[in-house]
Design a protein around this ligand. Structure first.
Ligand code: OAD
Length: 232
């Protein structure tokens, strides 16, 4: 590894939670947990049939809470412990497995299953561990899952952009790298001078990547974290 690392940004996707029992997204039939993606993961789907969407996320919420963080999540918590404010975890996952493993410097850019928000005010965001309330207790407006759907802008993009431009190591783990803007992060990091590493079961991404580490996240991530700490 060339030079010492001072700032690390890690991007994770569904692959890091797969071994904890949460299915990944991409399937050849365009379905997510037996539902068409456009029915449950778009603003139009919610407008057409809010009950169907709410039920879908209630089920995801219940299922995710039965899962536990795996060795890859725990390794990233260890990496944050070592690097402190020089570490940032960006996740596309809406489960809370990173948070339960101990990561605090985290941006859940696609939202969080365990939160719901009100359509009346963006500020009315509440935590929700069971079935979501249909109406906001503060203003009575309709509540929706705090999830970024297709066609919506992910959270905290300015902060993410800045961190990508300042890091000297960027790793993307367990993500197919096809959904933008996250799919473009490796390019921003690479063009800003970072070393870019991909950890995945299969080769993804293509360009702007210096190193590819193939295997299950629960095996590759702890080794990569130990190597990174050793070389820092
Ligand atoms: P995908 O389902 O597209 O990709 C999962 C990736 O994880 C694939 O590249 C797999 O090869 C890899 N993978 C699977 N099991 C693995 C394991 N045990 N170890 C390592 N890698 C493994 O999921 P994402 O890339 O996260 O967006 O999908 C991105 C976004 O698309 C999601 O956040 C979601 C979805 O539509 C929204 O909901 C807005």
């Amino acid at each position: 590894m060339a030079g010492k690392i001072s700032k690390i940004v890690v991007l994770t996707g569904a692959g890091i939670s797969a071994e904890s029992g949460i299915p990944t997204f991409r399937s050849s039939d365009g379905l997510w947990e037996n539902e068409p993606v456009e029915a449950v993961a778009t603003p139009e789907g919610f407008e057409n049939d809010p009950k169907r969407v709410i039920t879908f996320y209630n089920e995801r919420r219940a299922a995710a809470q039965k899962c536990e963080p795996n060795a890859a999540h725990h390794a990233l918590a260890k990496l944050e412990e070592k690097f402190g404010d020089n570490f940032l975890l960006i996740t596309q996952n809406v489960d809370d497995l990173h948070q339960r493993a101990g990561n605090k410097r985290i941006i859940p850019m696609h939202g969080e299953l365990l939160k719901v928000r009100c359509l009346g005010s963006e500020e009315h965001i509440i935590s929700c561990t069971e079935n979501q309330p249909e109406k906001c207790l503060e203003c009575g407006a309709i509540m929706r899952p705090h999830i970024v759907w297709f066609g919506e802008v992910p959270f905290e993009m300015d902060r993410i952009q800045k961190a990508l431009m300042q890091c000297d190591l960027f790793a993307y783990i367990g993500t197919s790298g096809v959904v933008y803007p996250a799919a473009g992060f490796r390019q921003i990091a690479k063009l800003s001078g970072a070393r870019v590493v991909c950890l995945n079961l299969e080769e993804v991404g293509g360009g702007y990547t210096d190193e590819f580490i193939q295997g299950k996240a629960s095996e590759t991530v702890p080794k990569w974290v130990d190597f990174t700490i050793f070389n820092s």
